[in-house]
Design a protein around this ligand. Structure first.
Ligand code: HEM
Length: 137
């Protein structure tokens, strides 16, 4: 139970808590990069990343912790994410967006969560991934 919540007070769990807190978010990110590393369809975005994915994995974990309603670890360490600006060096269009989302859909499918939560998270990830598009097509 979150500090400061009085008995009987309405308290909604965050997505971070529903995923299982830090361990759950780490698990999600591990599944995500495993999917990126193994699904043939997403090779174009896999090739944009370094051979060793451990740095990407750590950064996505730090970012998602705050994005899902948990501790703002990325901001504490690196400041404002400026996510769109940080993705400008990579050419991102509809295909790249959909490949990223395919990895996340696969990763969420391996988590022990309800379908409604899976769909809600995919919608939120779609919005963020769509905002990252920077290619004229
Ligand atoms: C739309 C398709 C996307 C592509 C092709 C893509 C690709 C990349 C690449 C190549 C990097 C640099 C390598 C690395 O440091 O990991 C990166 C960094 C990152 N991406 Fe994405 N990404 C996409 C969407 C997203 C989305 C939707 C999120 C968040 C929900 C996200 C979060 C991050 C973060 C936190 C970093 C690390 C930034 C830093 O350097 O501090 N990306 N992405």
């Amino acid at each position: 139970m979150r500090e400061g919540v009085k008995p009987g007070q309405l308290y909604k769990l965050t997505q971070y808590e529903k995923l299982g807190g830090e361990a759950g978010v780490r698990q999600l990110v591990t599944h995500f990069y495993h999917a990126m590393d193994s699904l043939a369809d997403v090779k174009p975005i896999r090739d944009m990343h370094a051979v060793d994915l451990s740095q990407s994995e750590e950064k996505l974990f730090l970012f998602l912790s705050g994005w899902l309603g948990g501790p703002s670890l990325y901001i504490e360490k690196y400041g404002h994410p400026r996510l769109r600006a940080r993705h400008l060096p990579f050419s991102i269009g509809v295909n790249e967006r959909d490949q990223w989302l395919q990895c996340m859909d696969t990763a969420l499918g391996k988590m022990n969560i309800e379908r409604a939560m899976h769909d809600e998270l995919m919608q939120a990830f779609f919005n963020t991934a769509d905002f990252m598009r920077n290619k004229n097509e």
